[in-house]
Ligand binder design. Structure first.
Ligand code: KG4
Ligand code: ZN
Length: 351
């Protein structure tokens, strides 16, 4: 007898989902049991290749995925101590992301599903980031999710496992994009987020007062802040000490805006549960600020482990599990959708 994620009691066999993620510069495959238990999670990062270009080169990313995807999937199955045939469902990120990169994962997943005669589930990458909150714990909706990644900055009301309401978005740059660009102007290595995170520990977050845009709106804007930091760097003699202060002050400015707007979204939805998602949510200063504020205000906070914040296939497998048990599968016309929106269903069969 089992209690499923919705609190229903019934007898069921465990469901093992093989997840595949190739939307950007990480080739990842994972096996996840019942949407929460990570059996294996293999991530092959291309960071060292893209580093010398200062950012992800889409054509190179696609070629590198193609070179390594078989090995990564074989390793995930091996680490899980399983055979491909033991897998119940095959799932893959079908968007949003880089079209060439996505196509590698989608084509591989469709081929596997066809050859093994297993159900296929196409997963939205952002839904995957949100579902990272279900991995290795019992966290449940409803909650407000602050999705902060390299391509997205959104506040999302997650009322149920498959119900997402986008409350706010960025009007220009995503938070991660701002981290990467500010890091570049400070001469730090790519990806900029972790480099700023490390350097900021030596700086004073209150040293420089950078401007905050859209203060009276739930939407975000980071391009003005980014330009301000770039101008500041160009106008001043940058010592190591000042560099650390710039990193800390920039980080403080981003974190303060995100935390403040997340609490406003919670008040709007009468919801006292917050979850974080996306690469930037592994930022130590931001995590600390959320932890402190939630403690003061008596809110529940869930932050995925750092390894599940940045791109990984375990979060994709979790999202697919919840779609699958609700009756959604994809057909073999599934394609790569670079601009896929949350809740935009593509080639889905509802059973
Ligand atoms: O979610 P993610 O892995 O990929 C996307 O879907 O975009 O996010 C990548 C972004 C990059 O911009 C990277 O600089 C940022 O997450 N990031 C961080 C940290 N770790 C990764 N930003 C701030 N602090 C970090 N510790
Ligand atoms: Zn991502």
């Amino acid at each position: 007898m089992c209690i499923d994620a919705f609190g229903r009691i019934f007898i069921m066999k465990d469901i093992y989902v093989l997840g595949i993620e190739t939307s950007c510069d990480e080739t990842s495959a994972a096996v996840v049991k019942n949407g929460r238990c990570v059996i294996s999670n293999v991530i092959s990062s291309q960071i060292d290749i893209h580093k010398k270009f200062g950012g992800v080169v889409p054509e190179i990313a696609a070629r590198k995925h193609l070179e390594i995807i078989s090995q990564v999937i074989d390793q995930a199955i091996f680490d899980a101590n399983m055979k491909l045939n033991d897998i119940d469902v095959i799932c893959v990120t079908c968007g949003p992301g880089l079209v060439g990169a996505l196509l590698v994962g989608v084509s591989y997943a469709k081929t596997l599903a066809f050859c093994l005669n297993k159900p296929l589930v196409g997963v939205n990458h952002i839904a995957g980031h949100i579902c990272a909150n279900y991995l290795e714990n019992n966290f449940e909706p409803p909650f407000i999710c602050s999705v902060i990644s390299g391509g997205h900055t959104n506040l999302i009301y997650v009322s149920n496992y498959d119900s997402f309401e986008v409350l706010s978005r960025t009007r220009d740059d995503a938070a991660g994009e701002a981290f990467d660009k500010v890091a570049r102007v400070l001469g730090l290595s790519y990806p900029g987020g972790p480099a700023i995170d490390n350097l900021a520990r030596f700086g004073d977050p209150m040293a420089i007062k950078f401007p905050k845009a859209l203060e009276n709106d739930l939407d975000f804007s980071f391009s003005g802040l980014k330009s301000h930091v770039i101008n500041f760097v160009n106008k001043n003699k940058i010592t190591d000490e000042l560099k650390a202060d710039i990193a800390a002050s920039f980080e403080h400015c981003v974190a303060e805006v995100i935390v403040k707007k997340t609490f406003i979204a919670c008040e709007m939805k009468h919801c006292k549960k917050i979850a974080l998602a996306g690469g930037v949510s592994s930022n130590s200063y931001l995590r600390h600020m959320f932890e402190q504020e939630c403690k003061i205000k008596n809110y529940t906070l869930n932050i995925p482990k750092s390894i599940f914040c940045t791109d990984n296939a375990a979060m994709i497998a979790s999202s697919a599990y919840f779609k699958y048990i609700l009756g959604y599968t994809s057909n073999l016309y599934l394609n790569a959708y670079p601009n896929l929106k949350l809740c935009e269903e593509k080639n889905e069969i509802i059973n």
